[in-house]
Design a protein around this ligand. Structure first.
Ligand code: CO
Length: 328
């Protein structure tokens, strides 16, 4: 929200919140931090920040900021603490977060299974999905994710039917699903604080075009080639190349308009990014998506996505629902 809310975590000593008074109870319920400096509407929160800065000796110090902090708050910190050095916390944490421990992998596996289960249930709607709008189908997916134990959706569920599937960032709208339509289904939910993220491109009923069938096979082969390329020591960009080579060979290279994948952890998009130019060598415990796609504007799109975890000698897929397009 627009009200200033900071959590200061010193290198040594106890953390402290500077927060709007109205969040008092909520913060105490959600965290174990005892030190709350509360400000009321009409008061200046930066006065509390200045006090805290003296106590924690921050004035000439180095502050690592949350990347997604409001620019408004950052600006006020700059003015209140002109001699402090501000940089991004991601510079420190991104590297630490890339390799998942066993508890994190267990949560990611659960999130993967939930996405798989809902994907299969939704595809079994078959004829019953015809005539639903994308939004109605997205609501149904979200409802089942919640019912299956999902804490929250990982991102706004994608249902891209027919030509809408050709826009990789289309979410869902009022277009209704028709017989023979390719439909991109990209969704997931958090389980134990870790997100799922899976994509299948399917047909609920009827016959799609021949070109769709051909493109689907190309994308599926590309995804398979990329997954097979995953092993420790291989640079991240090699995984992107493995997918891209298959799609280029089939003549659709210019229609694969995004990177092959992104890391997944506490955030659904984090390091390592599977993209040309990223020479980072894969290590056991890294988890990322492998999601090549081909997008034909005005016609359809195809994307197939699984999360994989790098193991000692290859990788483990965290998603394993059928990668076919045919009705289940
Ligand atoms: Co993804």
């Amino acid at each position: 929200m627009e009200r200033h809310l900071f959590l200061f975590i010193p290198r040594d000593g106890d953390p402290a919140f500077v927060a709007p008074e109205m969040y008092d109870e909520q913060i105490r319920e959600a965290s174990w931090v005892d030190d709350l400096r509360l400000w009321a509407d009409g008061e200046d929160p930066m006065e509390l920040v200045a006090e805290l800065a003296d106590e924690m000796d921050l004035r000439g110090g180095r502050l690592l900021l949350d990347d997604t902090m409001w620019a408004l708050f950052t600006q006020d910190l700059r003015e209140t603490l002109p001699d402090a050095t501000l940089s991004l916390a991601s510079g420190v944490f991104d590297d630490l977060r890339m390799r998942k421990d066993e508890a994190e992998l267990a949560a990611l596996r659960k999130a993967g299974r939930l996405a798989d289960e809902v994907s299969v249930e939704i595809r079994k709607l078959s004829e019953a999905a015809i005539g639903l709008t994308e939004t109605e189908l997205a609501d149904e997916i979200d409802r089942r994710l919640a019912e299956g134990g999902g804490e929250d959706v990982s991102f706004e569920t994608v249902v891209g039917s027919g030509p809408n599937g050709a826009m990789p960032h289309h979410r869902h709208g009022d277009r209704d699903i028709r017989r023979g339509d390719p439909v991109v289904l990209d969704f997931g939910a958090y389980v134990d604080h870790y997100p799922g993220d899976q994509t299948r491109t399917v047909v609920f009923a009827g016959d799609p075009s021949e070109e769709f069938e051909a493109v689907h096979e190309v994308v599926r082969d590309a995804q398979q080639a990329a997954v097979e390329a995953v092993e420790p020591g291989v640079p991240a960009e090699e995984i992107d190349r493995a997918a891209r080579e298959v799609i280029e060979a089939a003549g659709y290279g210019d229609r694969f308009v995004h990177r092959t994948g992104h890391g997944v952890g506490l955030d659904v998009h984090e390091d390592p990014y599977i993209v040309e130019g990223n020479g980072l060598e894969l290590e056991p415990g890294m988890v990322f998506s492998v999601e090549p796609g081909v997008y034909l504007p005005g016609e359809f799109g195809v994307r197939i996505e699984d999360l994989v975890a790098v193991t000692e000698d290859g990788c483990e897929r965290l998603n394993d629902s059928p990668r076919t397009w045919e009705p289940l």
